[in-house]
Design a protein around this ligand. Sequence first.
Ligand SMILES: [Zn+2]
Length: 361
Amino acid sequence: MSPVSFIDEPVYGWSAGRKRPWLLEQLNQLTRNHLERCTDYRRLMDSVEGGRHAQTLADLYPLSVRLFKQNRLLSIDDDEVFRVLTSSGTTSQQVSRIYLDRETAALQSKALVKIMQPWLGRQRLPMLIIDHPGVITERSSFSARGAGIQGMMVFGRRPVYALNADLSPNWGAIDEFVESHRGQPILLFGFTFMVWQLLQALNEEGRSLALHDGVLVHSGGWKKLQDQAVDNATFKARSQHLFGVDRVHNFYGMVEQVGSVFVECERGHLHTPLFADLLIRDAQTGNLKPNGETGIIEVLSVLPRSYPGHVLLTEDRGRILGEDDCACGRMGKYFEVLGRVPRAEVRGCSDTVEPSKAEEY
Ligand SMILES: [Zn+2]
């Protein structure tokens, strides 16, 4: 198989027996490429045992996502940088920077299309974006939210923004959108907290939108919602009630691995697509956790070519619910995310790959 012909394979069609050896080969190849091209990655890997040629997926050495906040990790020349993605963060030390070349950016877009098509269909749908227009036009640095919206825009047509710059609802735009697409399939997209705020506003105003035949796709952290004691079931019920949509799909993804997203199925489970996988590690020992047990989420993706982000230890907790046997019929692992890892636990698990330590060698 040529390096990227996997993009045309069924996204949820490979069972573990076929997927694992292929994925391992792809990821080992990426490790070799990044070792060759990224000095800082090489230095980090020199300071740890193993990880250079893994025999199993669990042997691949994960970089902590925090390293992308502290280091400029890229496997391309500066003049090949096509786009820099940044995560949200309040100070510059808290912002991840992900360097994309044209190849990786294109691969990410293609993968996202392949992953979303089974849920959204092939036709571009009229799209209501639950955000404000400035989120993608403020281009000085491309924010994660802007990149996410930009990525989803390929599934929509004639996008309308539901919010004003101050994040208040733009009722005029919303009403016009609802009116002109009555009875048609439409796509709503937004970051989970933004969507929740709009739901709150609808609730306060005693309004509801008759967006029947619509699908809501949302993503982003649950932290702010957990603070308000809102869980996925409540969120979904409220969305169906106030937007009128039939289907609601959350997805899990991160700026460090744009394109390989994990979409929630009809049974409420997040699914691994062909291009990505997920492992759960014990916060203290780093050992793999069996299915059903909670630990730190590690994400694997074959998409990152321009930066060493193919094997990453996140700061999220979760557990794998099963593999190849979800009641929805899709192959692959299915899992749930259970919030952020407490600070102290993150440190315990990934201090071995701190660059400061690597520098000492
Ligand atoms: Zn499922």
